[in-house]
Design a protein around this ligand. Structure first.
Ligand SMILES: Cc1cc2nc3c(=O)[nH]c(=O)nc-3n(C[C@H](O)[C@H](O)[C@H](O)COP(=O)(O)O)c2cc1C
Length: 320
């Protein structure tokens, strides 16, 4: 990618956070995201698809931001059934989750649990890629336990016509600790026959610039926590004008809209407040001294108290 062209930025999948409600609301208030990979769907329900399973991905809930659905599965047969149902909804590209780090997932050889097993990945891709009508992209970590597990997987990935390989350069066991390993990422970038997307710890425009300088061959960038903490980040990276103006007012309106929409879909006030508290884990970083407000928000009980704490804070907050 040339320095002068606008980078392609994906919103990362964060289960419980970057679902359809967040994506649509984000797209109404902020600029700079070109598309998203949705948080994973599982196939543990079997090969019968319940209508509710696809609600998050119904086209009417996803008009404002292009989205690639993601599937977490080790069963080729079940994956194929779900991929076809997604194709029928209009999804020409789907993503396979090879990165989920949670022990209960990895132990069952799903997500990052598949990374030490190139032969199993190969058998899966052999069956799936001849059967699905969609294009396939993969989102992966470097390994489950070892950072170089991915090097044995690269020839497997290269044997198939993958749409994109999205790499978060940590192991599953690392979860989110330590730093992304850029040396191994560089090796993967050199080895990959398909376009590579970089993902991990882009929290400022400077983070992005230094990665872009180091990896001009990266085809697109994926940001998760950095966008949740600073929803203006993609526009800042792209130098879009919308970073001027009253950022705090925009954030406040965005928050209130998100809240109102969750109020429609969450079952009861406790779930609603829990959902919003989940966002504040990340939102707090947007504000100088945000830990203090985070503590108050976490302590708040019920919607009335939550709204009171948040409203009075946002009305006083100064744009960073
Ligand atoms: C709460 C949470 C939920 C996540 N859910 C998913 C998911 O559903 N699918 C996935 O591929 N990655 C998931 N991830 C990983 C992110 O997509 C991303 O790879 C990771 O946060 C690193 O990128 P970042 O530093 O830009 O956030 C999740 C991460 C977090 C913190």
């Amino acid at each position: 990618m040339n320095e002068s062209t606008s980078p392609h930025i994906y919103l990362a999948p964060l289960r419980g956070l970057t679902g359809a409600v967040y994506r649509a609301t984000y797209a109404e208030f902020f600029q700079g995201i070109d598309g998203a990979v949705a948080p994973f769907l599982t196939t543990i329900q079997g090969t019968r698809i319940k209508p509710g399973q696809l609600k998050e991905l119904l086209p009417e809930n996803n008009r404002l931001m292009p989205v690639i659905p993601q599937i977490l599965s080790k069963s080729a047969d079940k994956f194929i059934v779900l991929a076809k149902a997604l194709f029928d909804l209009g999804y020409e590209t789907i993503n396979w989750n090879l990165g989920c780090p949670f022990a209960r997932v990895a132990q069952k050889m799903r997500g990052s649990g598949l990374l030490p097993h190139p032969d199993v990945v190969q058998s899966f891709l052999d069956v799936v890629l001849t059967a699905i009508p969609n294009r396939l992209s993969i989102k992966t970590r470097l390994g489950r336990r070892q950072k170089d597990e991915i090097l044995a997987l690269m020839p497997v990935f290269n044997a198939y016509p993958l749409q994109e390989l999205i790499i978060h350069p940590r192991t599953g066991e690392q979860m989110y600790t330590g730093k992304p390993d850029l040396e191994i990422f560089a090796q993967c970038l050199d080895l990959s026959r398909c376009p590579v997307v970089y993902n991990g710890d882009i929290n400022t425009r400077q983070d992005f610039e230094s990665l872009r300088r180091r990896f001009p061959a990266v085809s697109a960038w994926m940001i998760g926590r950095g966008v949740l903490a600073n929803p203006f980040l993609p526009a800042e990276i792209k130098g879009l004008l919308d970073v001027t103006g009253n950022r705090m007012e925009r954030f406040h309106l965005f928050h209130d809209t998100l809240y109102d929409r969750y109020a429609q879909v969450r079952h009861g006030p406790a779930h609603l407040v829990d959902s919003m508290k989940g966002y504040w884990t990340y939102f707090a970083a947007f504000f100088p001294g945000g830990e203090r407000i985070l503590k108050q928000i976490r302590k708040s009980q019920g919607t009335e108290q939550y709204k009171k704490v948040v409203d009075s804070f946002l009305a006083r907050a100064v744009s960073p």
